[in-house]
Design a protein around this ligand. Structure first.
Ligand SMILES: [Mn+2]
Length: 417
């Protein structure tokens, strides 16, 4: 293979020299900083010494005021609140964060995670019916919902209000919810667009505390969950994410919530976690719950308040991760064989493979593995509940979301970051 080297643009030499002098560092280091958009003494200080005081004002986020007011109303009227989240790490940490946070103010709160296999991604009709049958009048959706226009309308028709906390790309139409928190909405002025889903939940908790003059500790106690979500969702660790990840890792390594502590024990490493360790040791284990069984087991683990329970759940999730590993190896081998045995498929500029028996929970991982062999946009499909469902991964420079948009008339549902 021939290597192609692409040089980064050189930083402005005057800026580099000035920064080197101000910080009393070598110009090589100053250049690396300038190439990362760090131009001044203060910007460098923020970079090297993250401070919680640098977190953005949560009320800069569009609809934040409306979200806090609706939660106030629900708590005053003792309404039942349902915290609804996605089944992956970001979703389950977000649900754990907001559910635990709200429990500090009301007991009329429960959580709901859709079943990856029977309900699929996003807000489900089953979930809304569950809310209706159990007298919930407010659903707070985390890490999903931004494209759930129909589902929110369905909930509205039954007198159930929605607050959406999402970080996925919005579609043409925004759901008719009481509040829609998503920095990626066009007219949202929030200065940082790359928060995780759990990060949006964190901002809502922060806003609530600021609005009620409550101790910051009431939301800062969930920083370890934020760090885990940031690592697992691979959001860029810059700006506010860098602050959350920095303090989140400190918490994770010193006094993590009980569920995470036991999960770390069962993964064989208890100390000195970096973001990379979270990606490779914690995230796959939490995800395994939703892939192999039901993600509510991951939430139960994260919420555990007794060591025995935390131990039981984390061991169970560890076993599920072992099962997941063997599934993903087998399916990857099968997929590679399908491509490798067919000259036409080998030559294509994309990978699209299908097998109806493949486990829906691991096809995303398989797509990533196929890219290691065939570096090109990849879609892995399987059958679930009589429908074809797939997981897609792209390579640098190719916008797969745009490509799916172009054939959206053929798709029942799709989404992405
Ligand atoms: Mn997410």
């Amino acid at each position: 293979m021939q290597k192609r080297w692409v040089n980064t643009n050189h930083a402005n030499q005057n800026t580099v020299n000035a920064l080197a002098e101000q910080l009393n560092i070598d110009t090589t280091l100053a250049q690396i900083l300038v190439q990362r958009n760090i131009h001044t003494f203060n910007e460098a200080k923020e970079f090297f010494r993250p401070q919680l005081s640098q977190l953005h004002d949560p009320f800069l986020m569009k609809d934040m005021r409306k979200a806090v007011s609706r939660i106030d109303l629900a708590i005053q009227n003792n309404e039942n609140i349902l915290v609804y989240g996605d089944y992956d790490v970001d979703g389950t940490t977000a649900v754990t964060l907001l559910y635990s946070f709200l429990l500090q103010f009301t007991s009329a709160v429960a959580y709901y995670i859709p079943d990856r296999h029977s309900e699929g991604y996003g807000i489900s009709t089953t979930g809304i019916d569950f809310a209706k049958d159990n007298d919930f009048s407010l659903i707070i959706a985390l890490d999903c919902g931004i494209r759930s226009v129909d589902k929110v309308a369905y909930a509205n028709s039954m007198g159930i209000d929605f607050i959406i906390c999402d970080h996925h790309l919005p579609g043409d139409e925004i759901p008719d919810a009481i509040a829609v928190l998503d920095p990626k909405i066009n007219d949202c002025a929030y200065p940082f667009k790359e928060l995780s889903g759990c990060g949006i939940g964190f901002k809502l908790a922060q806003a609530y505390c600021i609005d009620h003059n409550l101790d910051a500790e009431l939301y800062l106690r969930y920083l370890d969950l934020c760090a885990v979500s940031i690592a697992a969702d691979i959001v860029p660790i810059v700006d506010e994410n860098r602050i959350l990840a920095h303090f989140g890792l400190i918490k994770l390594n010193n006094h993590p919530i009980l569920g995470l502590k036991h999960l770390m024990q069962s993964s064989g490493r208890t100390k000195n976690y970096t973001i990379g360790d979270v990606v490779f040791l914690i995230a796959p284990r939490i995800n395994a719950a939703g892939r192999m069984g039901h993600a509510k087991d991951a939430v139960k683990m994260l919420l555990s308040s007794h060591p025995d329970l935390a131990d039981e759940y984390s061991s169970y999730i560890n076993q599920q991760n072992d099962t997941r590993k063997s599934f993903d190896q087998t399916i990857t081998q099968e997929a590679l064989a399908i491509i490798g045995n067919n000259d036409v498929l080998v030559q294509r500029k994309t990978t699209v493979v299908f097998q109806d028996s493949w486990n829906k929970g691991v096809i995303g991982i398989v797509a990533s593995r196929l890219i290691e062999t065939y570096y090109r946009p990849t879609i892995v499909l399987t059958e679930s509940n009589g429908k074809y469902t797939g997981s897609a991964r792209s390579v640098w420079g190719y916008d797969l979301y745009e490509a799916l948009l172009l054939c959206s008339d053929l798709l029942e549902q799709f989404g992405g970051h």
